[in-house]
Ligand binder design. Structure first.
Ligand SMILES: CC(C)(COP(=O)(O)OP(=O)(O)OC[C@H]1O[C@@H](n2cnc3c(N)ncnc32)[C@H](O)[C@@H]1OP(=O)(O)O)[C@@H](O)C(=O)NCCC(=O)NCCS
Length: 154
């Protein structure tokens, strides 16, 4: 894709940008909230040359499990590679941190499949995530997420 788009890493204490991300993710259809800062490792956004946000996503820990979380692409920009770009930034960061396996509770498993994630059953993680899912407004109605993982080569 021609790069009018730039990936930025967001400083974890940048409250206004996190509020912007929260609004952005809500508009993109995600059910969530501002981050639980303790677990958040890296937040990325993609902006155009005017600074307008096109995508967001983060690397977060759920207990000992590093996970890709809160991936969102602006609706009118979907299908043009921004989702791939933001996940790639997260995977690069994970590799830098020495992470060998990364996980995602995928609302869109086919999208993550194109990025090399495979469906998995990791009982402990799945049962923790199912508890979170059970209280989500989208649960079952419009979202039946699939736990997936990817092995990261150095
Ligand atoms: C899922 C989402 C992030 C994908 O972003 P995107 O920018 O459209 O994805 P890309 O353009 O990088 O697509 C990469 C590949 O995945 C495929 N893909 C993307 N979304 C897909 C979907 N919903 N179903 C099947 N395939 C999909 C594309 O066709 C493309 O395939 P190709 O490499 O063979 O051409 C975006 O649709 C979105 O923000 N959805 C709403 C929020 C959401 O559900 N986030 C996921 C949270 S786990």
């Amino acid at each position: 894709m021609k790069s009018k788009w730039k990936v930025d890493i967001v400083s974890l204490d940048n409250k206004p940008v996190f509020e912007e991300i929260d609004r952005f993710c809500t508009e993109a259809g995600l059910p969530f909230f501002l981050p639980i800062m303790g677990n958040l490792r890296a937040q990325f956004v993609i902006r155009d040359s005017d600074g307008k946000m096109g995508a967001a996503g983060r690397l977060e820990y759920n207990f000992e499990y590093p996970m890709v979380e809160e991936i969102a692409v602006r609706e009118d920009l979907r299908g043009s590679g921004l989702g791939t770009m933001i996940v790639s930034a997260i995977l690069d960061e994970a590799k830098k941190e020495g992470i060998k396996t990364i996980w995602v509770m995928a609302r869109e498993p086919e999208f993550f499949g194109t990025l090399g994630f495979k469906q998995t059953t990791e009982k402990k993680l799945l049962s923790m995530l199912k508890e979170e899912c059970a209280v989500c407004r989208d649960h079952i109605k419009i979202c039946n997420p699939v736990l997936m993982k990817k092995e990261l080569s150095p």
